[in-house]
Design a binder for this molecule. Structure first.
Ligand code: URA
Length: 299
């Protein structure tokens, strides 16, 4: 599969013009003020001479600080990355990394965490049916089960594209393509995610309308959602909801905002990908067409 400029897709959906320089929106400026090694810069005229696909590759392989590389690979937060480096668990080109601010060239430098290679090899796109009771971080200090225990046979490190709560089951995408992960999770991409919900009370039509309109949460109103009542029992309502943002615990908070609670939550679709045919706890690779479909590229 050829590399793609997911940044172009994001810009198109935001209605913003493509910048003239080689940087895409996905390659953010380094956070740290004083890097230990200076990342070389190329002139914009040099970048402009390159064909578009080469510019994309160059932008996704631009140097970044080690903590950013580790967190963007989906391993954990930058604070986690800092802790691992302090603990001597991260190696760059076979030597224990000493500083989070070390500049890394993702195309050349070999990084390992606890001996496992990061960012290496061909692009991997994995779809996992996460069971309830598993967390989506790489390692849990409390020793709870993590989704990584379910990825036996995946030939390389993959980070999660978005998260699911411990008590939520369903579709989770894992990949070593950080630009793809960013595209799938960025609210500006409007990738729809569909959930089956069992609420703790029987919901009225007015309550479902509130969900459709987008209830006010403590971090602002949500976008409108597509909501379908599936069935009611005496005490509960089962419904399907499709959202396009993916804020932290969004569905649970939306249901709380209308005066109920989530008893069961299953993510059944991400874009056109469906949970159908996947056994709980198992994974499969995405096909090239599925990857293209998710980013809205022609197949
Ligand atoms: N919304 C939630 O509340 N939890 C999830 O895990 C996913 C979406």
């Amino acid at each position: 599969m050829r590399p793609r400029d997911y940044g172009n897709k994001l810009r198109a959906r935001r209605g913003k013009p493509k910048p003239k320089t080689k940087r895409t929106e996905l390659a953010e400026a380094p956070r740290k003020a004083a890097p230990t090694r200076e990342a070389p810069r190329k002139s914009s005229s040099e970048a402009a001479r390159k064909p578009a696909t080469t510019r994309v590759l160059a932008s996704t392989s631009a140097k970044r600080t080690l903590d950013r590389i580790l967190s963007k690979a989906g391993l954990g937060s930058r604070a986690d990355a800092e802790a691992w480096i302090k603990e001597g668990r991260v190696k760059v080109n076979g030597r224990v990394a000493k500083s989070i601010e070390m500049w890394i060239d993702p195309k050349r430098d070999k990084i390992t965490l606890d001996g496992a290679p990061i960012l290496e090899g061909p692009k991997l796109y994995i779809l996992l049916y996460k069971p309830k009771g598993y967390i989506t971080t790489y390692k849990d200090p409390e020793g709870r089960p993590t989704v990584y225990q379910l990825l036996k046979g995946v030939p390389g490190f993959v980070g999660t594209a978005g998260r699911l709560d411990m008590d939520t089951s369903g579709l989770l995408i894992l990949t070593n393509d950080t630009a793809f992960a960013e595209f799938v999770t960025n609210p500006a991409s409007h990738v729809p995610k569909t959930y089956l919900v069992k609420s703790s009370t029987r919901l009225t039509d007015e309550q479902l309308d509130l969900l459709r309109a987008g209830p006010m949460l403590d971090d602002g109103p949500t976008r409108p959602a597509i909501v379908t009542r599936l069935r009611d029992s005496e005490k509960y309502t089962h419904f399907e909801i499709t959202i396009s943002e993916g804020r932290n615990r969004q569905v649970r908070r939306m249901v709380e905002a209308i005066g109920s609670k989530v008893l069961k939550l299953v993510r059944v679709k991400i874009g056109g990908l469906s949970i159908d045919g996947l056994q709980i706890g198992s994974w499969r690779r995405l096909t090239n067409n599925e990857v293209k479909q998710l980013i809205g590229a022609p197949q």
